[in-house]
Design a binder for this molecule. Structure first.
Ligand SMILES: [Zn+2]
Ligand SMILES: [Zn+2]
Length: 381
């Protein structure tokens, strides 16, 4: 853990008032916010440091402790924060919403996990971009093969239109929580270190809604299902993810909307099995066709047939490739379509008429063969 001078980090003097600290934090957070400095790791580090410093210096109790001995504060404060977050159960976002004057800028970006270099994967949640939404769509075999335009219901969370997201009934506004003074956190002395937990009165929001908005019941958000038209490309396979930019949840504070991901669920076909961009079809052939060779037809996905020439002596399970009779490729490389794999299954008659039996018996006599001789030789018996 670094032991930087938190006052220097926030660019204030040691005797700075809470107001000065808050103003400076606001200015610096705006300047170094990751969304304002995409790809700039230095800015992100700086932003984390600023958050961290503010977390301490904005809290009079922690500030006093820090003034008394910064090293010790950090050695234990880290653990304390972790414990507090677990106990609060609402993650860092809630704890940081007491910075109500900033949440309007960044849509409640704060995340204590970030401050301590953990849970950086939650970055996306904290940016003002709307949430990404994933829905699945069921497709019939033919729809997936030919492509289809369909509508999907997308559940989205949006700021309540009646209260503008504040959660307070129109005409009223939330007031600062008297228990935590708007910070959303409470500190308790736990022997060596201070344990920070979400405020019990406001649940970490830092403000209290006295008259909840009737529409969203104080949540500030409403859930609705919007219908989105989706074009599924020809050749879509089961489990494919189609991304539709900007059709996810609405962005906060004027941020861009999230993305919509549509996962295709393709109905299984009783005959055609998909394998990559190829289809596999099992085609029965009679043992006479297999032995003599034949021209046969096989069904083609999407209708019609393909013809193929079975050579004399075709073995059971033999596969033939019909080029270009598979699924249209959704990726732009290689041929336009996959192949159809015809897997031959030799059918042996279950019943024979007398004449057929005689013919086969004559054949057996003629061939006088032992088809297992090779097996036994290799088995060493
Ligand atoms: Zn509302
Ligand atoms: Zn509170």
């Amino acid at each position: 853990m670094e032991t930087k001078d938190l006052y220097k980090v926030l660019e204030v003097s040691k005797g700075a008032s809470q107001d000065e600290i808050r103003r400076s934090y606001r200015r610096l957070a705006r300047k170094y916010h990751p969304d304002a400095n995409p790809g700039d790791d230095g800015a992100e580090e700086r932003f984390k440091g600023i958050q961290q410093a503010y977390e301490v210096l904005s809290n009079p109790e922690k500030r006093r402790e820090y003034d008394e001995g910064p090293r010790q504060f950090f050695g234990s404060g880290n653990a304390g924060q972790g414990a507090g977050r677990t106990a609060g159960g609402t993650a860092g976002g809630a704890e940081f919403q007491d910075l109500s004057d900033l949440s309007d800028l960044f849509g409640g970006f704060g995340n204590l996990g970030d401050v301590f270099g953990r849970a950086t994967s939650t970055r996306r949640q904290t940016s003002p971009k709307g949430e990404d939404v994933t829905v699945s769509v069921k497709l019939k075999f033919a729809e997936a093969l030919e492509g289809v335009t369909t509508r999907v219901g997308v559940p989205v969370e949006e700021a309540c239109g009646d209260c503008g997201g504040s959660g307070a009934a129109p005409g009223t506004s939330p007031r600062t929580c008297p228990q935590c003074g708007g910070r959303g956190t409470q500190s308790r002395d736990q022997g060596l270190f201070a344990l920070s937990t979400a405020c019990t009165r406001c649940g970490g929001r830092g403000s209290i809604v006295e008259t909840p908005c009737p529409r969203c019941k104080g949540a500030g958000k409403t859930r609705s299902v919007k219908q989105v038209k989706v074009r599924i490309p020809a050749g879509a396979r089961d489990g494919m993810k189609v991304r539709i930019p900007g059709r996810g949840g609405a962005g906060r504070s004027g941020g861009p909307a999230g993305d919509l991901f549509v996962v295709t669920r393709v109905e299984e076909h009783p005959v055609f099995k998909r394998k990559g961009d190829d289809f596999v079809v099992s085609v029965p052939v009679s043992f006479v066709e297999a032995a003599l060779g034949a021209e046969i037809e096989a069904p083609r996905p999407g209708g019609g047939t393909v013809r193929l020439k079975l050579p004399a002596g075709t073995q059971d399970g033999k596969q033939f490739k019909v080029r270009g009779a598979g699924a249209p490729r959704t990726r732009r490389s290689g041929p336009e379509r996959g192949d159809l794999i015809v897997r031959v299954g030799v059918v042996v008659p279950k019943k024979l008429r007398r004449r057929e039996r005689e013919i086969l018996e004559a054949l057996a006599e003629e061939r006088d063969e032992n088809v297992r001789a090779e097996l036994f030789r290799r088995a060493g018996s």
